[in-house]
Design a protein around this ligand. Structure first.
Ligand code: NCD
Ligand code: ZN
Length: 346
């Protein structure tokens, strides 16, 4: 029988880009409506490198929230080769920082200040291991001789595996996994490793980037991959393995920066994140597993209390607008102009 509604414990987004200023104010309400909490990425310009900067950013987020919202931003620091053990201790003591994000330098949007040589970040990594502050990883190598579609798999073999050997007690999240290789690596890990999965990597393969012409709004990093990779991601998300959980990687960019000769990476999905995931889980015949993926596994990994209260999705047409306001431009959302089949009710 067709399932017409799904009730979930209030979910969390464990990987979100909120940006800053007027642009942030335009997108924040979307996430606040869908999620109780979100892990907020630190790749602002300049990046969020200290606890002080993270707390100030959190204040700006809270000030921009709709008045009645109880949305809770979970802050992150941007790891650099200059991050000190003291900074890690401050982050831990603040109680406001949920993890530290590793961007290999140049790997993605605003990753220029990231880590070139991981050996230079040893002190910080040791302190994080000591303080049990998780490392959140953009898992792609930046070596230009490596094919762009292989960069996650090569990262897993050449960087992640040695890193896990060197820091066996450091808990890590391989963010936005995109390949069967990464899924199998996470599944084979004995402990301390989890992964987030985005809606776009569950819904599309790399053909979407070139369907009928170059499609900049399907460009994100890591790139969409093969259909076999997508199937492995669906199996991981819907298969009941507690190490996989929801992280949208919703990454809004002004339209002019996407529809450009050198368009930037990032897909905006915060407007309908749960509806998009529901579509995937329904197609996989696994709607009963959505609650674990969206509302339990991530909180459990991070040692956060599970949220109280519920949200409800109903089977009802949800038209997606062609764009949303975004600072002094607009942002084109995933599935712009299309109609989704699920709708989050108030
Ligand atoms: C993100 C962004 O725009 O900040 N872009 C993306 O394609 N995912 C950065 C990131 O998470 O890689
Ligand atoms: Zn991201």
């Amino acid at each position: 029988m067709e399932i017409l509604s799904v009730t979930l414990p209030r979910p969390d987004d464990f990987h979100l880009h909120l940006r800053d200023g007027a642009a942030m104010a335009d997108v924040l309400a979307h996430s606040a409506r869908q999620f109780a909490r979100a892990v907020v990425m630190p790749n602002l310009k300049p990046p969020v490198r200290t606890t002080g900067e993270a707390l100030a950013y959190r204040d700006r987020i809270q000030a921009a929230l709709p008045r009645e919202s109880h949305f809770q931003p979970l802050m992150t620091l941007y790891l650099t080769e200059a991050t000190t053990a003291d900074e890690i201790a401050r982050a831990r003591d603040s109680g406001a920082i949920i993890g530290v994000k590793l961007y290999p330098a140049g790997a993605t949007t605003n990753a220029d200040d990231g880590v070139v040589d991981l050996a230079q970040a040893r002190t910080a990594l040791e302190a994080m291991q000591q303080e049990d502050l998780p490392l959140l990883i953009h898992g792609e190598v930046t070596d230009s001789t490596i094919d762009v579609f292989d960069r996650e798999a090569v990262f897993v073999d050449r960087v992640l595996e040695p890193l896990r050997r060197d820091f066996p007690a450091l808990r890590m999240v391989l963010e936005h996994v995109t390949t069967q290789h990464a899924v199998e690596y996470v599944q084979a890990a004995e402990r301390g490793l989890a992964a987030t999965i985005t809606p776009q990597h569950l819904l599309y393969n790399r053909n979407a980037l070139f369907a009928g012409g170059l499609q900049p709004h399907y460009y994100c990093l890591p790139l969409l991959k093969l259909e076999s990779d997508r199937q492995a991601l669906i199996a991981a998300a819907t298969g009941g393995d507690r190490r996989f959980f929801l992280g949208t990687d919703s990454a809004p960019h002004p339209r002019c920066a996407k529809e450009a000769a050198c368009g930037c990476a990032g897909i905006y999905s915060a407007h309908a994140a749960l509806e998009l995931y529901a579509e995937v889980f329904e197609q996989a015949g696994a709607l009963d597993r959505l609650a674990d993926f969206a509302s339990r596994n991530g909180a459990d990994f991070y040692g956060l209390p599970r949220n109280e209260g519920t949200v409800r999705l109903i089977k009802q047409a949800l038209p997606i607008p062609a764009s949303y306001p975004f600072g002094n431009d607009e942002v084109i959302p995933l599935r712009a102009g299309d109609t989704l089949t699920w709708r989050l009710t108030e």
